[in-house]
Design a protein around this ligand. Structure first.
Ligand SMILES: Cc1ncc(COP(=O)(O)O)c(C=O)c1O
Length: 415
């Protein structure tokens, strides 16, 4: 049996979790919007600024030290994503900014009439950049439909959308509104079969399970460190051949080498130092479960396996509790036998209380959740949930069973 995570050790690492409101502890269910960070991440950001703050490429000692940290940051994120080559990892302001840059570069290769596939389950960050780039290139956008009853992607509609003219498929690894884990591996295979590139949004999935770009064989993948216990920073992986061949919009003085070619202007060095520390936090969590000599990637694999197992226990508790509150409609997979098809992100609506009212009520009792469409606009539209969207209760591995019971009790009071 897989060893389970030591929740009290985990919670000790996150000072933000000990926040009090009116003398009571608060419970953070806003992980899908952004996670809390371990103390080691904040320390790494602070240490970078206080001890090694410098610009890239100087001939003096502090700049060299700073560059060494940046290099370790690329290696850490390569380990986190399962990439063998740290040169294939670029950092940017956030996922959205990176996606605009990549979409603009890829769209330079499109011809009028070429086709691009996006989905109705994705966050706008993986939709709008492609729609706008397609418009500029005269390419056609096709959309994968959703099954509203369980919040999954309609695979037949995906297969129907594919054609020899498909140039790119943009899809999320997990939905930030329904929590669905999409069958991205098989979608990538099908996309490659028609010669299309794939762009995977792993922002929502990354804190919940192991990302493996080699196994996925995706051409590109993006995530955001602030969702997996790091600072506000976006991360791009691309296959080396694509990153070398494609031409991003860039200054003529800027490097053509990887990964700098894809990192416009001066990077957020302190953020990269923090991202390195958040990967090391996950590795430390993994090492507590497994062999102390494991490689960092091995330790991350252990950590993510244990996180997934623990989060499924929380998801079971949440779904069981919600089943006993039938006034609430859950948008996503409810079936306890399908827990490996979802992450513990729960979107609910109520016939009398708007998501905004429910979030405001929960906030007064120290339960921090989010209301709205969460930028998963196409799903919210397809489900007829606009303009209010859903109340989203998101769990991460630092949440406890008591916190799940606490939010369920508050929902029960509301109902
Ligand atoms: C699934 C998903 N994709 C993309 C984004 C956008 O990420 P960023 O804020 O890094 O641009 C988010 C942010 O909430 C998200 O949840």
């Amino acid at each position: 049996m897989m060893p389970t995570i030591d929740l009290s050790w985990v919670r000790d690492q996150f000072p933000g979790l000990h926040h009090q409101q009116n003398g009571n502890s608060v419970a953070f269910f806003d992980g899908p919007a952004g996670s809390q960070v371990p103390r080691s991440v904040a320390d790494a950001v602070s240490r970078y600024l206080l001890e090694t703050n410098s610009q890239h490429g100087g001939v003096f000692e502090v700049s060299r030290e700073s560059d060494a940290i940046l290099e370790r940051g690329h290696q850490a994120l390569a380990d986190f994503l399962g990439a063998r080559d740290p040169g294939c990892i670029a950092f940017g302001a956030n996922m959205t900014t990176l996606t605009f840059a990549v979409s603009r570069a890829i769209a330079r290769t499109w011809q009028p009439g070429d086709e691009v596939i996006v989905t109705r389950l994705d966050h706008e960050g993986n939709v709008s950049p492609w729609v706008l780039a397609a418009r500029d290139a005269g390419a056609v956008i096709k959309r994968v439909e959703v099954n509203l009853e369980d919040g999954t992607l309609d695979q037949q509609s995906f297969l129907d959308a594919l054609s020899p003219r498909t140039k790119l498929v943009a899809v999320g690894l997990a939905s930030n509104i329904t929590g669905t884990i999409n069958p991205v591996r098989s979608m990538i295979r099908a996309a490659h079969d028609v010669g299309a590139l794939t762009y995977v949004d792993a922002v929502h999935f990354a804190p919940h399970g192991l990302v493996d770009v080699m196994d996925l064989e995706t051409d590109f993948l993006v995530c955001s460190a602030y969702k997996f216990f790091g600072p506000h920073l976006g991360v791009l992986y691309g296959k080396r051949s694509h990153l070398e061949e494609l031409q991003p919009y860039k200054l003529r003085v800027a490097t053509n080498d990887l990964p700098g070619k894809w990192m416009t202007g001066t990077a957020c060095h302190e953020g990269i130092a923090g991202a390195l520390a958040c990967v090391d936090y996950l590795a430390a969590l993994g090492r507590r479960l497994g062999s102390p000599v494991e490689s960092r990637r091995g330790a991350i694999e252990s950590a993510m396996g244990a996180i997934q197992q623990y989060e499924q226990q929380l998801a079971r508790r949440m779904l069981t509790g919600l089943a006993a509150l039938p006034e609430f409609q859950l948008w996503g997979i409810r079936d306890l036998h399908r827990l490996d098809e979802r992450v513990p992100t729960f979107s609910i609506t109520h016939p009398r209380h708007s998501p905004q009212e429910m979030a405001a009520h929960l906030a007064t009792v120290g339960c921090y959740a989010w209301a709205g469409n969460h930028y998963a606009l196409s799903f919210s539209e397809a489900a007829g949930l606009e303009p209010n969207g859903t109340l989203r209760i998101g769990l991460l591995h630092y949440n406890s069973a008591d916190e799940v019971d606490r939010v369920l009790a508050e929902l029960s009071r509301l109902a």
